[in-house]
Write a protein that binds this ligand. Structure first.
Ligand code: IMP
Ligand code: MG
Length: 184
């Protein structure tokens, strides 16, 4: 049995709630704010979230990796940097899940070097119990009280399951089945 953590309806409701809040907050910015998607995991969330932001925004994409299998490697690699000039602008970092916090801490520090007006963090999930790096999450979809590995809606297991339209916890049997597929 699949343990669903957020179904399609809940995802839409969450995007509406967060998108409305962010849109209201950012409607009077002097310079256009930038929504920055952390690829690849946050691509689905970014796409649905920005549709709910009813003010003018710029969008950009950054790619970072730190995960392998079902746990973080702790080693952060910046694979693609932001293109947009963010000096004097508010940047909203759109992330799928904050786990140890290491990736977001690195990212916020990286962005602050580019002199933005401020950096706001918006994450679909917050695995608070696992946090080792201190990061402030300004907007969150759902806080998780247990340490569980999530897949679906952009979240992957070694590149698989990003296309599932909802978020769930895979069981050991499914992981075994996926490992067999990946080995082919
Ligand atoms: P952190 O540095 O440990 O906070 O790692 C955050 C990154 O790891 C996120 O950008 C996710 O892409 C990935 N990640 C963390 N937890 C999960 C999970 O449960 N499933 C899939 N990816 C995850
Ligand atoms: Mg990610």
């Amino acid at each position: 049995m699949k343990e669903v953590v957020m179904n399609e309806e809940e995802i839409l409701d969450t995007c509406k709630r967060l998108g409305f809040a962010l849109g209201s907050k950012l409607k009077n910015e002097e310079k256009l704010p930038v929504f920055l998607c952390v690829m690849k995991g946050a691509l689905n969330f970014m796409a649905d979230l920005i549709k709910q932001v009813k003010t003018d925004i710029l969008c950009d994409y950054i790619q970072i990796s730190s995960y392998e299998g079902t746990s973080s490697t702790g080693k952060i690699i910046l694979k693609r940097d932001i293109e947009q000039d963010i000096e004097g602008r508010t940047v909203v970092v759109v992330e799928d899940v904050i786990d140890l916090g290491t990736t977001m801490k690195y990212l916020v520090e990286h962005l602050k070097q580019k002199n933005p007006k401020r950096v706001i963090v918006c994450a679909l999930f917050d695995k608070k119990v696992n946090r080792i790096s201190d990061v402030k999450i300004d907007y969150v979809g759902k806080v998780l009280d247990e340490n569980k590995f999530l897949v679906g809606y952009g979240l992957d297991y070694n590149g698989l399951l990003r296309n599932v339209p909802y978020v769930y916890i895979p069981d050991e049997e499914e992981i075994k089945r996926l490992d067999e597929k990946l080995a082919k």
